[in-house]
Design a protein around this ligand. Structure first.
Ligand code: S3P
Length: 175
């Protein structure tokens, strides 16, 4: 029988949710799901296209809809959310009701470095911005979003972002 556990990773773009999510899913033999990929598959559109053709508001509607659907249907799950997912439409409450939320708390400096490195146009939130603007936008986003991220049941910061640390935090959580 599959474990009913649903681990939901939250954090800024560039915090490594997908990479870390794949590692932890492999270790636990859970299914890994990336919410952005679900949205792209189900709508038949790229995230970038949704932002440019339908606007961010519509993207947030899709995001909430597919978050709820995924959390309702999958067990033994590691779900990587988008950076903004917990911050709209009571999504953080839904996440905490259905699963164990884990915030990957990566420093602003590190995220900034990563985003500047892989600005390939796949992140519409930062499309068309120069380096200074990306840094400023990041600072503003973190200020708005930490309020939601910090509602997570488990917070892994910096060096502690490892599968070992998450596994021991999960054990403590269910003791
Ligand atoms: C967003 C982050 C993206 C994606 C969308 C919006 C955000 O996901 O959901 O472009 O609002 O920060 P990642 O966090 O995986 O980059």
């Amino acid at each position: 029988m599959k474990s009913p556990l649903k681990i939901v990773l939250v954090g800024m773009p560039g915090s490594g949710k997908s990479t870390f999510g794949r590692q932890i899913a492999k270790q636990l033999n859970f299914t890994f799901i990336d919410l952005d990929q679900v949205i792209e598959k189900e709508t038949g559109k790229k995230i970038r296209e949704i932002f440019t053709l339908e606007g961010e508001g519509k993207f947030r509607e899709y995001e909430t809809f597919f978050l709820e659907k995924t959390l309702a249907s999958e067990d033994g799950l590691v779900l990587s959310t988008g950076g903004g997912t917990p911050c709209f439409n009571d999504n953080m409450e839904v996440i905490n009701q259905k699963g164990v939320s884990v915030y990957l708390d990566v420093s602003l400096e590190e995220i900034n470095k990563r985003l500047l490195r892989d600005q390939t146009g796949k992140r519409p939130m930062f499309a068309g911005l120069d380096e200074g603007e990306i840094t400023l936008k990041l600072k503003n986003l973190i200020l708005q979003r930490e309020f939601y991220y910090l509602k997570s049941k488990i917070i892994l910061s910096g060096e502690d972002i490892s599968t070992d640390h998450l596994l021991s935090a999960l054990m403590g959580f269910f003791k």
